[in-house]
Design a protein around this ligand. Sequence first.
Ligand code: 5RP
Length: 234
Amino acid sequence: MDAVNAGKKAAAIRVVDELVKTDQVLGIGSGSTIVFAVEHIAERVKSEGLKLTCVPTSFQARQLILEHGLTLGDLENFPKLDLAIDGADEVDSELNCIKGGGGCLAQEKVVASCAKKFAVIADDRKDSSHLGQNWHKGIPIEVLPFAYVPVMQKIKTTYGGVPALRMAQSKAGPVVTDNGNFLLDWKFDAEKKWDWNLINTELNLIPGVVDTGLFIHMAFKAYFGTSQGSVSTR
Ligand code: 5RP
């Protein structure tokens, strides 16, 4: 296993050991780090007989839950969750996060908002003092497909920087989210001091924006794993 994955795995194991308890309803995030958490949840269900219901944040998360034989739930039956666990692209000193590198931000935010506690897991490259320090791909923003050009123009005019439509790796077309929408990645001036709470609110008010990858004041704890397998929390 490479150094980055070792960090992701260490953080994932620690959060599951520390926060997951029997009879919980859990929100399961998306991305590569959460895979290690689901693997460890499944191990504990098997070895300790934990009774858990898992609510996914994406098609990927749903598949992960099913592949590991965990009990699948949804927000219709479980609108209140005990705990949501998810990865992040960057976490600042106040636990504000950029998420959505994997394109699942809208469902991730809904599920996290329904949980009593939202915990973030990441390798220590994601640990930053301010947003934009270590993550240079910008803030993901999910938009209605027909509105992506006016939304990009409004963002550029109001805030500067470079908003771009996220393209599929094949370049054959735009990335389409699980909700059938497009994604913008807004590269902002990381030297500037931003009021992310305000920016998040303002971005969400632009007609056509579904949600942003700014998770402000949502996480209660972050776990950062190192390549040596140690974990720091804050
Ligand atoms: C997906 C996400 C992911 O949680 C985020 O991109 C981190 O991914 P990874 O665990 O692969 O580093 O927000 O929308």
